[in-house]
Design a protein around this ligand. Structure first.
Ligand code: ADP
Ligand code: MG
Length: 737
C-alpha cells in the first residue's frame, strides 16, 4: 500500500490521488493550464504535455454544499422555438451561436457563472461559488447588457429579429460548490430559481423583470417601475415584480445620502490639516483612506472635497471598477478626460485634439505635443501612436503624466481622488506611487480610497512615498451610530422609537451602510423582528468570507457553530487539524476577523471571539441544516468535556437542542433554570423553564406536570422579586442587634 501523502501546509496524511488536503483544503497537486493533467507539487513543467506550470495555480475553492444568497438571471428567446421549426438547422445554429456566446460573455464579465442552457434559455448565477458583495446589482447590469447585445445583433442583421425576455431574482439557495457546470451539473437549487423562471415567462418582450429581494438590494443604483404582481403556476401567492428602467448610476457610485454626515470630525481635521500643508508648503502628499465596504470612505472624501472646492481648490475624482472594462490607467484616464473635457462618445481625433489643447494649457505649448501624445497612449485613445512609434518604456509615459499633474497643481491647488483603488490594475498603483514620490513644487494631494484588500495586492503600499499618510477608517462609535440610525429612521418612517434606533446602531456595528440598509428593511417590513439580515449586508460579508483562503474560511464556519465566543478544542473536535490551527488563527486575527482572548473560560482552552457578530451570523447562515445539526452535537460534546455545564448549562441546552437531542436539551434547560432561580435571576429562570416545557411531549404527563409546577413557582417568585429584593436590602442595612 502506498504511503499517505503529507500535506505541505498542515502535515495531515492524504490518500494518493487526492487533489486537495482533506484536513485544511490546501492544494496537493498542480494542474496544467494547457492540458489539465495534474502533476506533483514542485514540478515546474507538466509531466503530461511539458507545458510550463505557472506557480499561480487557481486557489482551491470551498467545496461541499452551502446555503448562500444567490442571484439568478434567466434569459429566453421569445417565440424562437416555433421559428426554428421552419428554419434549416444550419441557420438555427448560425443564429444561436453568437447569441449564446454573447450571453456568456456578458454574464461572465460581471462575475457571474453560466449555470446551464435549457433549450434557448440561459441561466446565469451570481453570488456563487464566490460572492462579490454586490451580486444582485451585477446581475441586473448584466441583464441590461444582454438586452443591448440582442438589440445590437438585430441591428447588424435585421433578419435575425430576436426578442428576449429576462428575469433576475435573488434569494437563498443551496449551492453545490463542486458542481461541474460544464458537465451539466446544476449548481443552485431552491425556490429562487423557480421564481426566476416564472418571472421570465411573464416578462414582456424585450424587458427585464426582477423579484422582490433583487429590487430591495439594488434600488439605490437601478431605476425601476412597479408592475402588477405575477400570478404564476405553482405559486400560492402572487409574485411581486418590478421592471428595470435603466441603471441610475454608473457602477460603484451611490446616490447622495439624505442625512448630514455624523462624526468623523477628527478624520476631517486630519485631512484638512494635511491639505493646508500641501497648499502652504507646495509639498505634494499621498493620503490613503482604508476601510471596509460601507464604512464611509467615499462620504468622508466627499465632505473633504466639498470643503476644498468651497475654498477655491480643484478636486477631480476617478474610480476603479470591479467589473467591465476600465483600461490600464482607468481612474487616472477618467481624471485626465474630465480636465480636458473629453467625453466617451468623442471620436478619437476630437479627443486627441482636446487633449492637446488641454496639455498646452497645463504644461505650455512647447511640451504639449509630447505630453499629450503620451497621455493619449495611457488613455488608450485609438490612433494615438506618436510619430516616433511605440514608446521605449513606461517611465517616459509616467514622466509626461507627472509633468501634466505638476502643471495642474501649479495652476490651482488640486486634489486627485482615486476611488476604490483596491480594484485597480498594478499599472495604476505604480503610477500613483511614482507620482507621490516624484511630484515637486506643486500643490497636489493624491487622495486614495481603498478597502483593506489593497494590502493583499500591494503589501507595502505607499512605503516608497516620503510624504504619505495612512488614514484607517474605523466604525462609528455607538453614540454616532445611534444618531445616524435616528436621523435615517426619522426620514424613512416618521416618529422614531429610540429603542429601535439603538438596536439598529448596535446591530450594524458602526457601519453606516449597514445602518442605512437595516433602517430601510425595518421601515419596509414595518417590524424589527424576524426580518433577518438584509440581503445586501449578508452579501458584503459573504464576499469578505469568500476572499480568505479556504482553510481559514472553513475554521470560521466551524467556529460559528460555537457562537460569538469559541475555543480551539471545539475546533479540533469539529475536525480541524490541531497542528494547523495556530497559524490559521494568527492569520484570521491579522485579517481582523477574530480576536484572541487573554482569559479563557475553560482551563487549557484557547478562547477566541468573532470581532463582529455579523461575521459569525453570516458564516453560520452558510451551513446547511444537516451540517449544523451534526456540528452542534460535536460542540455540545466538547462543552461537556470541559464541564461547561457547571457555569453555562443553558449553552449546553441550546447546542443539544440544535443537535436534535431533545432529552439532553430538556435536562440542561431545567438545570439552567434551577441555577438561575438560585441566583435570583427569576426572569431568566421563567424563560428557561418555558423553553424546557416547550420541548416536553404532552404525553409525558408526569414530567410535564412537574415542570409546570416549577414554572409556576418561578413565576410567583418573579412577581415577588421586587418585594423580596427590597426585603433583602432592608435586612442587610439593618443595624446589627
Ligand atoms: N459619517 C457618516 N454619517 C452619515 N452617513 C454616512 C457616514 N459615513 C457614511 N455614510 C453613508 O453610508 C453609506 C456608505 O458610505 P460610503 O462612503 O459609500 O462607504 P464606502 O465608500 O466606505 O464603501 C453612504 O450612503 C454614506 O452616505
Ligand atoms: Mg466608496
Amino acid at each position: 500500500m502506498a504511503e499517505p501523502h503529507p500535506c505541505p501546509r498542515c502535515g495531515a496524511g492524504n490518500e494518493p490521488g487526492q487533489s486537495f488536503c482533506g484536513s485544511c483544503g490546501a492544494r496537493l497537486v498542480l494542474t496544467c493550464p494547457a492540458c489539465g493533467a495534474t502533476s506533483p507539487l514542485g514540478f515546474r513543467f507538466c509531466g503530461s504535455c511539458g507545458a510550463e506550470l505557472g506557480s499561480k495555480g487557481d486557489e482551491p475553492r470551498p467545496t461541499g454544499e452551502e446555503r448562500r444568497v444567490v442571484t439568478v438571471l434567466f434569459a429566453d428567446l421569445v417565440g424562437f422555438t416555433s421559428r426554428a421549426e421552419q428554419l434549416d438547422p444550419e441557420d438555427v445554429r448560425a443564429i444561436l451561436r453568437p447569441y449564446y456566446s454573447s450571453l456568456r460573455e456578458e454574464i461572465e464579465s460581471f462575475g457571474g457563472t453560466v449555470e446551464k442552457f435549457i433549450g434557448d434559455a440561459v441561466v446565469g448565477v451570481f453570488g456563487a461559488p464566490v460572492a462579490h458583495g454586490d451580486d444582485p446589482e451585477r446581475a441586473v447590469r448584466a441583464a441590461l447588457r444582454v438586452r443591448d447585445a440582442v438589440d445590437e445583433m438585430n441591428t447588424r442583421d435585421p433578419r435575425m429579429n430576436l426578442q428576449v425576455r429576462v428575469a433576475v431574482n435573488t434569494g437563498e439557495a443551496i449551492v453545490s460548490l463542486d458542481a461541474r457546470a460544464e458537465e451539466g451539473e446544476g449548481m443552485v437549487a431552491g425556490d429562487v430559481v423557480n421564481t426566476a423562471s416564472r418571472l421570465q415567462t411573464h416578462a414582456p418582450e424585450g424587458s427585464i423583470l426582477v423579484g422582490e429581494e433583487t429590487f430591495r438590494s439594488t434600488r439605490g443604483t437601478i431605476e425601476y417601475e412597479p408592475v402588477e404582481p405575477i400570478v404564476a403556476r405553482g405559486k400560492r401567492l402572487p409574485v411581486p415584480a418590478w421592471r428595470v428602467v435603466a441603471a441610475a448610476f454608473p457602477p460603484g457610485e451611490r446616490g447622495a445620502s439624505t442625512v448630514p454626515m455624523v462624526g468623523r470630525e477628527s478624520e476631517l481635521a486630519t485631512l484638512s490639516g494635511l491639505w493646508d500643508r500641501v497648499v502652504a508648503d507646495r509639498q505634494p502628499h499621498l493620503a490613503t483612506i482604508v476601510g471596509l465596504p460601507g464604512i464611509g470612505k467615499s462620504r468622508l472624501a466627499q465632505e473633504f472635497i466639498d470643503a476644498v472646492r468651497g475654498a477655491g481648490g480643484r478636486a477631480i475624482v476617478g474610480r476603479s471598477l470591479p467589473y467591465g472594462e476600465s483600461g490600464a490607467y482607468g481612474a487616472f484616464a477618467q481624471q485626465v478626460k474630465q480636465i480636458a473635457g473629453i467625453y466617451d462618445g468623442d471620436p478619437p481625433e476630437m479627443a486627441i485634439g482636446k487633449l492637446r489643447t488641454s496639455a498646452a494649457d497645463v504644461v505650455g505649448a512647447e511640451s504639449a505635443d509630447e505630453v499629450s501624445a503620451h497621455l493619449s497612449l495611457m488613455l488608450g485613445l485609438e490612433g494615438a501612436a506618436p510619430s516616433e512609434g511605440a514608446v521605449a518604456d513606461r517611465h517616459v509615459l509616467f514622466f509626461s503624466a507627472r509633468r501634466f499633474v505638476e502643471g495642474l497643481g501649479r495652476a490651482a491647488p488640486t486634489v486627485l481622488a482615486f476611488q476604490d483603488l483596491h480594484w485597480a490594475d498594478a499599472s495604476l498603483l505604480d503610477l500613483i506611487e511614482i507620482l507621490g514620490s516624484r511630484l515637486e513644487e506643486t500643490t497636489v494631494l493624491l487622495l486614495v480610497l481603498a478597502r483593506p484588500e489593497l494590502r493583499d495586492k500591494r503589501p507595502a503600499w505607499g512605503s516608497s512615498v516620503q510624504a504619505a499618510l495612512a488614514l484607517p477608517l474605523e466604525p462609528l462609535d455607538l453614540a454616532h451610530a445611534n444618531e445616524l440610525a435616528e436621523r435615517l429612521l426619522a426620514d424613512a418612517a416618521g416618529p422614531v422609537d429610540p429603542a429601535a434606533a439603538e438596536e439598529i446602531g448596535r446591530a450594524a456595528e458602526g457601519n453606516p451602510l449597514f445602518i442605512e440598509e437595516l433602517v430601510a428593511s425595518m421601515a419596509e417590513r414595518s417590524s424589527s423582528t424576524g426580518a433577518g439580515l438584509p440581503t445586501s449586508i449578508r452579501g458584503i460579508i459573504a464576499a469578505r468570507l469568500d476572499a480568505i483562503p479556504p482553510a481559514e474560511r472553513s475554521v470560521l464556519l466551524d467556529a460559528s457553530v460555537m457562537g460569538r465566543i469559541f475555543w480551539s478544542g471545539g475546533l479540533s473536535r469539529l475536525g480541524q487539524t490541531a497542528d494547523a490551527l495556530p497559524a490559521i488563527m494568527d492569520s484570521l486575527e491579522g485579517r481582523d476577523l477574530i480576536r484572541r482572548e487573554a482569559v479563557s473560560r475553560y482551563q487549557g482552552e484557547q478562547q477566541f471571539r468573532f470581532k463582529h457578530a455579523l461575521i459569525r451570523d453570516v458564516a453560520y447562515a452558510t451551513l446547511p441544516r444537516a451540517r449544523r445539526r451534526e456540528a452542534h452535537g460535536e460542540v455540545a460534546a466538547f462543552l461537556e468535556s470541559v464541564h461547561a455545564e457547571r457555569d453555562s448549562p443553558a449553552a449546553l441546552a441550546h447546542h443539544w437542542q440544535e443537535a436534535g437531542d431533545v432529552e439532553r436539551a430538556i435536562e440542561y434547560f431545567v438545570a439552567a433554570a434551577d441555577q438561575a432561580s438560585r441566583g435570583w435571576a427569576k426572569e431568566e429562570a421563567v424563560s428557561l423553564f418555558r423553553r424546557a416545557l416547550s420541548l416536553v411531549q404532552q404525553e409525558d404527563r408526569e414530567r410535564f406536570r412537574k415542570l409546570r409546577l416549577k414554572l409556576a413557582v418561578a413565576e410567583q417568585m418573579l412577581y415577588h422579586v421586587p418585594d423580596a429584593q427590597q426585603l433583602a436590602r432592608d435586612r442587610t442595612s439593618e443595624p446589627p442587634a
